[in-house]
Design a protein around this ligand. Structure first.
Ligand code: AVI
Length: 320
């Protein structure tokens, strides 16, 4: 790795375990059961998500990659060269190099709560870009993070691809955008990917693929609960559901009980009636106007927006 490979602000695993336990127990105790989507991503969940990104029905990854690769010159003009790129989440092997090739950053700072993913993605990038200073920061990017002081003189570009912002409800998304602004500081830019509103069938198929990978991804949350929290959930009694909520412009994923079930989690007893669901994910979709409103509320002024040829996905550059 070209520069400081030290990880700062290590995330305490015990705290994560406790948060998982609390979120699951609280979520299952509500009249409408719901568990935050962040808990999908254990090792198996991350593998399944990688598989999802290659599915024929799941267009967002391909669409975003096509924008980043085909609009390189325009991106370079909008962003300029020599910024420090701060990526929120460990970089993906496909998207981060596209950006680096395009804007020749002064340094790359991935911020991720998982030290393992950080190490993996930094090792891959360090091999590909031996002269690029890489400064991984092991931290929860929903809290203000410290950018290494030796990089303070450079302007920053926040990079938040993948429409991950869509997995937050609009209030949480605004909070996150404000936190990113605080981390990045004055004179910074943000390059963000957002999935666009489109025909219901296209959306539902993207989240309910024929190979059943998204169904397995969804059910893996219950598998994780059984393994990590001494759960006794009958996995085969949970059906994957993907529903387009038109009013809220979001895809909802649920695990629906196909029969009455009772189970224990961490010593507590829960029941579900046939047809009752655990709400496991929201994936909000935007159009250019609602995206701009969200960005303004989060302290960012949109400068340029690019969509892929099918208008499935947007990449936006916004200014602090
Ligand atoms: C990570 N996130 C942007 C994905 C999405 O499209 O909301 C997660 C996902 N859930 C099911 N398929 C993909």
């Amino acid at each position: 790795m070209a520069a400081a490979a030290m990880l700062i602000e290590p995330a305490p695993d015990k705290t994560l375990d406790a948060q998982f336990r609390r979120d699951v127990l609280t979520g299952l105790s509500q009249p409408r059961k719901a568990i935050p989507a962040r808990w999908f991503y254990d090792h198996r969940g991350s593998e399944l998500f990688e598989e999802i990104t290659a599915l024929p029905e799941y267009y967002p990854t391909r669409a975003e990659v096509s924008i980043l690769s085909q609009r390189c010159d325009e991106l370079a003009e909008a962003i300029g060269r020599g910024r420090v790129v701060v990526e929120f989440g460990a970089g993906s092997a496909t998207k981060t190099p596209l950006l680096i090739d395009c804007i020749a950053p002064a340094a790359y700072v991935p911020v991720d709560i998982s030290g393992d993913f950080l190490r993996e993605s930094c090792a891959v990038l360090a091999e590909r870009y031996p002269n690029l200073p890489i400064h991984p920061v092991e931290a929860d990017f929903s809290r203000p993070a410290n950018i290494p002081s030796e990089l303070k003189q450079h302007s920053r570009l926040g990079f938040f691809p993948g429409s991950t912002i869509g997995n937050m409800d609009p209030f949480a998304a605004v909070d996150l955008l404000r936190t990113m602004r605080a981390t990045l500081g004055e004179d910074s830019l943000l390059l963000i990917g957002m999935d666009r509103i489109k025909a219901r069938d296209t959306l539902v198929c993207a989240y309910d693929d024929t190979a059943g990978v998204t169904a397995e991804f969804n059910r893996n949350l219950a598998v994780r609960i059984n393994r990590e929290l001494d759960g006794t959930i009958a996995i085969e009694a949970l059906r994957h559901r993907a529903i387009w909520n038109e009013q809220r412009a979001r895809i909802e994923m649920h695990l629906e009980a196909t029969r009455d079930i009772a189970f224990e989690v961490a010593g507590r007893r829960f029941t579900m009636q046939a047809g009752e669901t655990i709400h496991t994910e929201n994936s909000h979709k935007y159009d250019p106007r609602s995206a701009a409103t969200l960005l303004y509320a989060g302290g960012w002024e949109p400068q340029c927006t690019w969509s892929d040829g099918d208008e499935n996905f947007m990449v936006i550059v916004a200014r602090a």
